[in-house]
Design a protein around this ligand. Structure first.
Ligand code: ATR
Length: 274
């Protein structure tokens, strides 16, 4: 039996053990996956990881607030982890070295393109937020060739900096809330943490049209305040919360560890009912 775990703080309500158990059952893998809370600075984080390694763990997922600690700890980084400047998955390799990857962006893209059946190529994209969560999705998003990307953030400067960091074939613009182009976007992604506080980014509903896909990276038992706002403005638009992204990033980590890509749609539906 191979051992895996997710570490974070808080971690008690993590869905990851259930998600990976379902993946393992689905694909016949002999593995155990636990959720473990650690509280630490970089030194303690490093120490905890050394213990996992000694105990023979094969891989670790890292969630809030340790993705940057994980980035620092990794011996090697995948290109997408390097771009994201954050690590959510470790592979403890045979040679003893720790590979750090970031599967958040690919998880989101797979959920959008496969489960929501939305093709990103040629589409206009509005991204709200410029924090860690958004940093991780830009590279995988741009790889799918949208026609244009606008990044808007409460602190405009952070959006501008982020836009400058990513070169791409498509135009990337950035602004504060006030200067978002007043045009409908095909895809709108809320990557702010505002929904957590039940707050809305103060933006015009003119950015949504009836063909838009409106995606909130947060999820909860009920639709988020952002999803409700979008539905009210455009009852025909498609809204989606971040549960598909959560399952998607897990599927990509599972693939990295086990070499098999699990089916995610049924797992999303199962977790939704819990
Ligand atoms: P995360 O890793 O979740 O992205 P983060 O790096 O702290 O966390 O980023 C949080 C993001 O949500 C930022 O874009 C932040 O805007 P600022 O850069 O202006 O701080 C945004 N955010 C947080 N609370 C918000 C709120 N109440 N309204 C709008 N945006 C908010």
């Amino acid at each position: 039996t191979d051992l895996y775990a997710v570490v974070g703080d808080p971690i008690a309500h993590s869905k990851s053990p259930t998600i990976h158990r379902l993946f393992a059952e689905q694909t016949g893998q002999d593995m155990v996956y636990e959720a473990i809370r650690i509280d630490s600075d970089q030194t303690t984080f490093d120490h905890e990881m050394a213990i996992f390694k000694m105990q023979g763990y094969k891989g670790i997922n890292i969630t809030v607030p340790y993705k940057l600690n994980a980035f620092e700890y990794a011996d090697e980084l995948t290109p997408r982890a390097q771009q994201a400047h954050a690590v959510n998955t470790f592979v403890f390799q045979e040679d003893g070295r720790v590979l750090g990857d970031n599967t958040d962006g690919v998880g989101l893209m797979n959920d959008i393109t496969q489960n929501a059946a939305f093709e990103i190529s040629g589409k206009s994209v509005l991204i709200l937020g410029a924090g860690g969560a958004v940093q991780g999705i830009l590279e995988p998003l741009l790889a799918l060739n949208p026609s244009l990307v606008h990044i808007a953030n409460r602190t405009a400067e952070r959006a501008l900096k982020l836009g400058e960091r990513f070169s791409s074939q498509c135009p990337i613009t950035a602004s504060g809330w006030q200067d978002i182009p007043e045009q409908p976007f095909d895809l709108i992604i809320n990557g702010t943490s505002a929904s957590l506080d039940n707050k809305l980014p103060p933006i015009s509903t003119a950015v949504i049209c009836q063909n838009s896909l409106v995606y909130d990276m947060m999820y909860g038992k009920e639709p988020t305040i952002f999803m409700n706002w979008a539905k009210q403005a455009q009852p025909n638009c498609q809204v989606r919360d971040g549960l598909g992204m959560l399952v998607g990033q897990a599927a990509e980590a599972f693939f990295l560890w086990r070499g098999i890509r699990p089916e995610t749609q049924r797992v999303i539906e199962f977790i939704r009912k819990l």
